[in-house]
Design a binder for this molecule. Structure first.
Ligand code: NAP
Length: 251
């Protein structure tokens, strides 16, 4: 991998570039979003991300996972991408234990419907019990299944109040949240003013109609975010961009 910005450099190891200090923000964790897109902005091809990724993207995907306390993900991404329990290499687990983190990050799924395949691996491994971030008005049968298979956090009545949900995670000691999308959840986090960083892989593909939404969903962000570029890396025509996100009124 080579660095193009801020300074050109060949053969860089991305790990130290992503292993940065990310302080908590008031009473909530720091929130990083990691996404992959085609050059023309598609976030999925044929409904899934598989055709957008590549080895470098996978490296950064797992690098970010290895740093996170919680992996936050929208229910539709869990359903379409077939999310399972988190897995890391033994080296990554060892490094986490040395940093006094749990061996693996916890997956936290945001859902109103609680409509899941409860027999899927994500909800079947008692060693990696996920969190479900949901609403008080959720269907009672779904809620009872959810409580059997996951730790349930209620944040809001009809819609998940993401700022409140993040504060609940912080109260449990969570300092770094990695959001893995999808676009609907990203947009809701942006609307709530709780996004701190965007890691974006631009895949060397033009796909035309690649799906319904771009990385921040399909409604306008008002005002738009004006991210600051932290670095640009390149490998095999893929670009790896890292931005800090903030609006003046957020802090
Ligand atoms: N390119 C990438 O890096 C990337 C990353 C992730 C996903 N994707 C793609 O994106 C697509 C899925 O994204 P998506 O935007 O359709 O869905 P999504 O963001 O993954 O999930 C949306 C769902 O999350 C729940 N949700 C989100 N915000 C909520 C809130 N504030 N309150 C209550 N529930 C909330 C709802 O779940 P319920 O329906 O259960 O109520 C909602 O239907 C897939 O095609 C996937 O392959 C791409």
């Amino acid at each position: 991998m080579r660095q193009l910005f801020p300074l050109p450099a060949d053969d860089v190891d991305p790990a130290p570039l992503y292993r940065d200090s990310r302080p908590t923000v008031g009473d909530r964790p720091y929130v990083v979003v990691n996404m992959v897109t085609s050059i023309d902005g598609a976030t999925a091809v044929g409904g899934v991300t598989a055709k957008l990724g590549g080895p470098g993207d996978q490296r950064i995907f797992f690098l970010l996972r290895s740093l996170a306390d919680v992996i936050l993900v929208g229910a539709q991404t869990v359903r379409t991408e077939g999310y399972g329990p988190p897995r890391l290499t033994p080296q990554a687990v060892e490094a986490r234990l040395e940093r006094d983190q749990p061996a693996l990050p916890t997956i936290a799924v945001v859902s109103r419907s609680l409509d899941f395949d409860w027999s899927s691996p994500l909800f079947s491994d008692p060693k990696t019990r996920p969190i479900l971030l949901t609403v008080g008005s959720a269907d009672s049968e779904g809620m009872s299944r959810a409580r059997d298979r996951a730790e349930v956090l209620i944040a809001g009545e009809r819609s998940v109040d993401l700022a409140l949900g993040l504060r609940q995670l912080r109260a449990r000691g969570v300092a770094l949240v990695l959001c893995e999308g999808g676009p609907t959840l990203n947009a809701a986090l942006a609307d709530a003013g709780v996004l701190d960083e965007l890691c974006l892989t631009v895949a060397p593909l033009l796909v035309g109609d690649g799906g319904p939404a771009r990385i921040m969903g399909d409604h306008p962000l008002d005002p738009p975010l004006e991210p600051s570029l932290l670095h640009v890396l390149e490998e095999d025509r893929f670009l790896f961009l890292r931005y800090r996100l903030e609006r003046a009124e957020w802090r």
